[in-house]
Ligand binder design. Structure first.
Ligand code: URA
Length: 190
């Protein structure tokens, strides 16, 4: 299946309660051949209105971070753990995240990224439940992830958390700067 077909199906999803309150589904955006896949938590107000991921202030900062390593949105793929906005930006409920999971799994299967960058602790915990973001950020780790096989994860803080925190901002910039080198290392291994 192609991403476009998957997006079309996603836009009709009624698998959880969030379908009742969303304005638009936010499937994700970017290149279907991206080497890097960024995964946020879920759409906020702006994303819900536009149907596009990371279009608010955190998205602007994400673009800046990408620019610092010479990447544009078109080069990467960006998705969220849940594709519909939880009302008032509350955390997604476990049953909502569970209902949405097959979409993300299929996106990863189609894109086959070289690395997955979970943004923030909620996204990280979906992939590596025991991981604590303050200990795992900026480190690549390879993990068998059923049914997708071996995946390389490179957790980072969420850009929204760094918006008003100068030291987190510096950490996020430093972590992003490691991404090209990690891809290089993975390519050498292949
Ligand atoms: N925060 C997220 O985690 N995802 C978005 O799409 C926007 C903000």
């Amino acid at each position: 299946m192609k991403l476009r077909e998957l997006d079309k199906k996603m836009k009709e999803c009624q698998a959880c309660e969030l379908a009742k309150t969303r304005t638009m589904v936010v499937p994700g955006e970017g290149s279907s051949r991206a080497e890097i896949m960024f995964i946020g938590e879920g759409p906020g107000k702006n994303e819900d209105l536009q149907g596009r991921p990371f279009v608010g202030a955190a998205g602007k900062f994400l673009d800046e971070l990408l620019g610092q390593i010479n990447l544009k949105r078109e080069d990467i793929y960006i998705a969220n753990v849940v594709k519909c906005r939880p009302p008032n930006n509350r955390d997604p409920k476990p049953e909502e995240a569970k209902a949405c999971w097959p979409w993300l799994e299929q996106q990863i299967q189609i894109i086959k990224p070289k690395i997955i960058v979970p943004l923030g602790r909620h996204s990280l915990q979906r992939f590596i439940p025991e991981a604590i973001i303050s200990q795992y950020h900026g480190r690549a780790l390879r993990k068998e992830f059923k049914p997708l096989g071996k995946l390389v994860f490179f957790p980072c803080y969420h850009p929204a958390a760094a918006l008003y925190n100068g030291s987190l901002r510096t950490i996020l910039e430093e972590d992003f700067r490691k991404i090209p080198k990690i891809i290089e290392l993975i390519e050498k291994e292949e």
